[in-house]
Design a binder for this molecule. Structure first.
Ligand SMILES: Cc1cc2nc3c(=O)[nH]c(=O)nc-3n(C[C@H](O)[C@H](O)[C@H](O)COP(=O)(O)OP(=O)(O)OC[C@H]3O[C@@H](n4cnc5c(N)ncnc54)[C@H](O)[C@@H]3O)c2cc1C
Length: 502
């Protein structure tokens, strides 16, 4: 076997949304990254339509949110079934809505960013083997019948639900099928639905209609009485019939350009890390599409892992930092499995008791108050919080909102530099930590290549006496009220590694 030998810092397997965000972050941080993707061309296979608020915040922290919003429609509530809606308008974010846009738009923007930052994306390259030792990962690939070996210090399997990387690591994927024989078709409609997203369910099935924005629509339909294997063709008549029964009409659907029958599983890998190799996105967890969580959760996995991997490659992080990817993201994945599973089971409910519960929930949906607000924070990802040590400041591990800042340093390319106004999510576009305080912050100078310093724009606001260190993924790393210079330096050394003048 003749082998090409290629080496890089990180190999990412899979150019779906998860792999592309990760690759863009690593390249922005100056890490050499190669993405290996078995598909020859770019994906035209849109599955996700919903981009939630926390994902939009992460995209804002990469300069992509406004461009993505321009491709879709913002909805201030998400209709789940019947009258059950999750109201998103009161979420404490610049993006109090869910954006409806085909997954291919999100992937296109993420790919453009990754390439611009210097990532290498190799298409038509299938990963077939993987071995690792204490120093590196050796990845075998096949491209047009020719084999090659890629060596990297770390690898990430972002290769979707049927992950080869997960199988090669011997990591199980326990779970079960939650709904079978779901029909899917991309069609034209004679009459456009009144709502952007149309969802309906009764005791016999459900249907869902979403726009691509170019005259094509995605229809998903399920009939309890017709449970067939995935190999059975999906007929347009069958889809129209279920749609009529679930939604009251079929909108004159016709001309399917694509249709299929699939099943939806609920599974999660028990370990997201094995040595130098990590799993992210659908490779680590999958669940029903209810609530539109899959792509969003994968993108948050990538945002959590990327800065930790970059710090490990640069020699700034202790190995234990990489373990926090599992302790922070595995519980989030489990919670998403639970909530999307509960939604789908409620939607498919057949027993009289569950149907009664569903009508009670939908009947009182408008009056659920705090429960509904919690639902909005959960579905949108805004409520995600990571564990912090028991003596930590109450802000540690929490999402930091888009603070107004001033006096950003170093100032290059930042609108809040040189005394002008700025925003936290703009400062995070540097891929660095952000240190916010009213105090003079020269203690951070030795870490200037890893941290942006700034003052709150309102010096008398809630943070007036607090020093706050924000991680590159927008969660609070550390905070303290009036810390000494020594305490601040100790916190910076803990989170950012040894200063560059050591
Ligand atoms: C009907 C439906 C509706 C959905 N709706 C939503 C929604 O509204 N919102 C939402 O957030 N999510 C939704 N999802 C889920 C969402 O589409 C996925 O969670 C998302 O695509 C996962 O992204 P990923 O990058 O982790 O994996 P993928 O998008 O699956 O990408 C993995 C990539 O890895 C490549 N690959 C696989 N094996 C190899 C190999 N051996 N070598 C090289 N490359 C390889 C694949 O070709 C692929 O490009 C939906 C899913 C379905 C089925």
């Amino acid at each position: 076997m003749t082998e090409k030998q290629l080496s890089t810092d990180v190999v990412v397997v899979g150019a779906g949304p998860t792999g592309l965000l990760l690759a863009g972050d690593l390249a922005t941080a100056g890490v050499r990254v190669t993405v290996l993707e078995k598909r020859g061309g770019e994906s035209n296979l849109t599955r996700a339509f919903a981009v939630h608020a926390r994902t939009l915040e992460q995209l804002d922290a990469r300069g992509l949110a406004d461009d993505l919003i321009a491709t879709g429609t913002a909805l201030s509530s998400l209709r789940l079934f019947g009258r059950l809606r999750i109201e998103l308008g009161a979420l404490p974010t610049r993006f109090p809505f869910v954006l409806i846009t085909p997954q291919s738009n999100t992937e296109r923007l993420l790919q453009e960013r990754a390439l611009k930052a210097g990532a290498t994306i190799l298409r038509g390259v299938e990963v077939t083997g993987l071995r690792q030792d204490a120093e590196q990962v050796r990845i075998e690939t096949v491209e047009n019948g020719a084999t090659a070996v890629h060596r990297a210090r770390y690898a990430v399997g972002a290769d979707g639900v049927h992950s080869t990387v997960r199988d090669l690591l011997g990591i199980p994927f326990p779970g079960e099928s939650v709904v079978n024989s779901v029909l899917l078709a991309d069609v034209r409609l004679e009459r456009a639905p009144e709502e952007v997203l149309t969802v309906g369910a009764n005791e016999n099935g459900f249907a869902f209609v979403a726009p691509f924005g170019d005259g094509w629509y995605r229809v998903i339909a399920w009939d309890r009485a017709r449970q067939l294997p995935d190999s059975e063709p999906a007929s347009l008549n069958e889809i129209a019939d279920i749609t009529r029964r679930a939604l009251g009409e079929d909108y004159g659907l016709h001309d399917a350009r694509w249709s299929s029958r699939f099943h939806s599983d609920e599974r999660q890998a028990p370990n997201y890390r094995s040595g130098r190799v990590f799993l992210a996105g659908d490779a680590a967890h999958c669940h029903s599409p209810a609530g539109g969580q899959g792509m969003n959760t994968g993108l948050q996995d990538a945002a959590n892992l990327s800065w930790k991997l970059a710090a490990a490659v640069r020699g700034w992080a202790p190995d234990a930092l990489l373990d926090t990817y599992q302790t922070e993201r595995h519980p989030v994945g489990r919670a998403v499995l639970r909530s999307s599973g509960a939604l789908v089971r409620l939607a498919l409910a057949r027993s009289a008791a569950t149907r009664a519960l569903r009508s009670a929930v939908t009947g009182f949906a408008d009056n659920l108050g705090p429960v509904a607000a919690r639902g909005a924070r959960t579905v949108s990802g805004i409520g995600v919080r990571y564990p912090a040590g028991k003596d930590a400041h109450p802000l540690a591990g929490r999402r930091v909102p888009d603070l107004r800042l001033t006096g950003l340093h170093p100032a290059e390319g930042l609108s809040g530099g040189a005394g002008g106004p700025g925003r936290l999510y703009e400062a995070l576009r540097t891929g660095r930590f952000v240190l916010v305080s009213n105090d003079e912050l020269s203690a951070a100078d030795p870490w200037a290549d890893r941290v942006v310093t700034a003052a709150p724009a309102d010096p008398h606001g809630k943070l007036s006496d607090t020093v706050l260190l924000i991680r590159p993924d927008g969660y609070a790393a550390w905070a303290a009220v009036d810390p000494s210079r020594g305490e601040l330096r100790a916190a910076l050394a803990h989170w950012l590694g040894a200063p560059s003048d050591d």
